[in-house]
Design a protein. Structure first.
Length: 509
């Protein structure tokens, strides 16, 4: 935009009239929310954005599933079933559209959060003016914004938490003495909004760390002491955050899958394309159920897998094979660890392109031209290469620890092999896979790092906890949101990635 403005300011006078005419037409047309009172515009924008983000994905999923169901019904030539399917489609669509209007769902939460933070700012500022005259105008302005956002975030999250969810309620039988009958007591658990709270916390930490680092950079550059090492830290911070976070998520997916959301587990399983018996064998190695060199009755697990892949059944017997060959990890691609990694990359690349390319082409339709098409192909290819490299590096890390490097460091006896397959091999894959983020452009790295970080944090916490401790989560969310919202209003560029742009457009007057 700065280049365009500079060009316009130096343009010849002959273009001045056309420029003024275009500006007048733009002002006459105005924005869609010009007729809404300025104080209510952020609230309305937030509600509409929240409604769209809550409803659109579910509607899209319904539209994608409906043709398959309709085709199946038509193939069976069941007129009544086809009619029922159409009715079911309309009913499902209606439920989705009406569900977004529930006052205890995400759209209302967004409106209460944004609307409350903007509407409460002036009353809080007036109160601060009366309470303290020693504060500067800037300090009072920042404090009023922070307190307004904190209060709005606290109340809006409580609104979201007030809706009961089957996954966070339990009914337990209670025996009563008078009269002696069995009653049921409902127990509510907190944690339903944990992902949202951790998302806000990760963003607040990023804002604070980014501000402190920016001030350090400015000070050291002013005295000429900014080093190449510090510059490298700035460039590698986002890849490092993504690597640590994604490694923690992958470790949890292997050993503690119940700590991940079901949809996340399912997506990782689809991308990894691994035989579940192999995962279970690694889990049993870690828990000590499967012990190399001992007959603990674990042979049938990988023995059945050997039968399916036409390998010697002895490969799957831990009492005979110490350890089971790396070819078992390769799942039919042969004995070469390098070829297996390459084949994983190619398969994952094709799988990812089937998802990323249609989305990129859809975005390119906004300005259909050759350059947009080329950009869509490059973007889809880069993202697919990132995912392919992620999966290939994970598997090759496992092979490095099991076959290429690990035995030369840890040892080759049964105890060392047990140690390698009990966690070292998976840990090596987790440590390597995230560095594939370097394939992506810098702008995508920060968004992906801040997307995965809250999910990694969630693996360290219980998915459900006592209802009496919910206030702690609410306080963390409110404080984190207040930091982010205050920063958006003070310095929008400090809130990095897409979120900063979205919040900046929503919170503007």
């Amino acid at each position: 935009m700065s280049a365009a403005t500079a060009a316009a300011s130096t343009a010849a006078p002959v273009f001045a009239s056309s420029k003024s005419s275009g500006a007048l037409q733009l002002r006459a047309r105005g924005r869609w929310d010009d007729k809404i009172p300025p104080a209510l515009r952020p609230l309305v924008r937030a509600y509409l954005l929240g409604y769209a983000s809550a409803v659109a994905p579910r509607v899209l999923t319904l539209l994608l599933q409906h043709p398959t169901r309709w085709k199946h019904a038509k193939k069976l030539q069941q007129r009544q079933k086809t009619q029922q399917n159409d009715d079911s489609f309309l009913d499902s669509l209606g439920r989705i559209l009406r569900g977004g209007l529930d006052p205890r769902r995400f759209p209302t939460f967004c409106a209460a959060l944004v609307g409350g933070s903007t509407l409460l700012e002036n009353p809080i500022r007036i109160a601060l003016d009366k309470l303290s005259t020693s504060l500067s105008d800037v300090a009072r302005k920042r404090l009023s914004r922070w307190f307004a956002s904190f209060l709005a975030a606290w109340l809006s999250l409580q609104l979201l938490q007030s809706k009961q969810s089957p996954g966070f309620t339990e009914k337990a039988p209670v025996q009563t003495d008078s009269p002696p009958v069995v009653a049921y007591q409902t127990t509510r658990y907190a944690g339903r909004t944990l992902d949202l709270t951790l998302f806000a916390l990760a963003r607040a930490l990023d804002v604070v760390a980014g501000e402190l680092w920016a001030r350090r950079k400015a000070r050291r550059r002013a005295v000429g002491r900014w080093t190449a090492l510090e510059s490298s830290i700035s460039q590698l911070a986002d890849p490092a955050i993504f690597t640590v976070s994604s490694g923690l998520v992958m470790w949890t997916w292997i050993y503690l899958p119940s700590r991940l959301p079901r949809s996340y587990n399912k997506w990782i399983g689809s991308a990894a394309a691994v035989d579940p018996r192999l995962i279970e064998a690694l889990q049993r190695c870690r828990t000590g159920e499967l012990v190399y060199g001992q007959g603990t009755g674990q042979g049938p697990l990988l023995g059945a897998m050997c039968d399916d892949y036409h390998w010697p059944r002895a490969w799957g017997d831990p009492a005979v094979s110490v350890p089971f060959p790396c070819e078992v990890v390769h799942m039919g691609t042969g004995p070469s660890c390098e070829y297996h990694a390459f084949s994983r990359f190619m398969r994952s690349f094709r799988w990812a392109m089937a998802t990323y390319l249609p989305l990129s082409l859809l975005l390119a339709l906004r300005k259909p031209n050759l350059q947009a098409l080329r950009g869509a192909l490059v973007s889809a290819s880069r993202s697919s290469a990132f995912l392919g490299a992620f999966i290939a590096l994970f598997y090759y890390g496992v092979c490095l620890a099991r076959t290429r490097v690990g035995p030369h460091i840890v040892g080759t006896d049964a105890k060392a092999r047990q140690c390698i397959d009990g966690g070292i091999c998976v840990g090596t894959g987790c440590a390597l896979c995230g560095w594939s983020i370097l394939i992506e452009v810098a702008g995508r790295r920060k968004d992906m790092a801040l997307f995965v970080a809250p999910r990694a944090m969630a693996t360290l916490l219980p998915r459900r906890y006592g209802w009496d401790k919910q206030w702690r989560e609410t306080a963390v969310f409110a404080a984190s949101t207040a930091v982010v919202f205050t920063c958006v209003l003070e310095n929008k560029e400090r809130v990095r990635g897409v979120l900063g742009k979205v919040l900046g457009s929503v919170l503007r007057a």
